[in-house]
Design a protein around this ligand. Sequence first.
Ligand SMILES: CC(C)(COP(=O)(O)OP(=O)(O)OC[C@H]1O[C@@H](n2cnc3c(N)ncnc32)[C@H](O)[C@@H]1OP(=O)(O)O)[C@@H](O)C(=O)NCCC(=O)NCCS
Length: 192
Amino acid sequence: MTGTTPATRVVELPTLWMREHLHEALAIYGAAMGYGDSVVAGRYGYAVQHTEREGFRAVGAFAETRDGERLVGFGYGYLVAPGQWWHDQVRQALDRRTAKQWLPGAFEVCELHVLPDQQSRGLGRQLLHALLEGLDQPAALLSTPDSDTKAFRLYHADGFVDLARGYHFPGDARPFAILGARLPLTPPRRSY
Ligand SMILES: CC(C)(COP(=O)(O)OP(=O)(O)OC[C@H]1O[C@@H](n2cnc3c(N)ncnc32)[C@H](O)[C@@H]1OP(=O)(O)O)[C@@H](O)C(=O)NCCC(=O)NCCS
């Protein structure tokens, strides 16, 4: 452990643990995305439902503190299925052929966030790879704001390709990109 960078570990999180620590995780989501308390609070019920979905998997990054350790980043996802809001939106956003090639049996990377003061140290990449490692699904899918963000750069660098760009989800003024990667994911370009 160096003076300024605490030691961190990235691990898979049992579903029950994730469910019991959703407030902690969603605080990281709010800080990472720059969302206010009301947006974060509104996400809680959805996140609980996500933990109940088939194929749910979560990973977390913990940093050492004087008293133990704290969660500083997390990611989770699950199997996409018709009838889920995101699945049905994405099916509309993609042309029929692309939807048929990518959607069936895919794993959605629903959340991936690292606390701002812990970003750009390799944790996001470690979380993404840990989340997708060893999955049986043929592909991983996600949506992310369509701009030159750290997230966009990470996904493109590690094997995700554009399936749709500039898509508007209902109720959100920002354009989104829908990205997909065949699994297993390309190994990280550098190790940490
Ligand atoms: C996206 C996020 C999870 C990435 O985690 P991170 O720990 O910051 O990223 P890493 O240090 O693992 O870096 C992975 C890649 O991200 C990109 N990246 C990270 N920091 C960057 C920076 N300061 N400037 C530009 N690109 C950067 C790079 O492509 C980097 O790969 P490289 O180091 O080989 O160039 C994190 O930045 C985050 O939580 N962002 C805000 C929330 C968010 O956008 N979540 C995703 C929603 S879809």
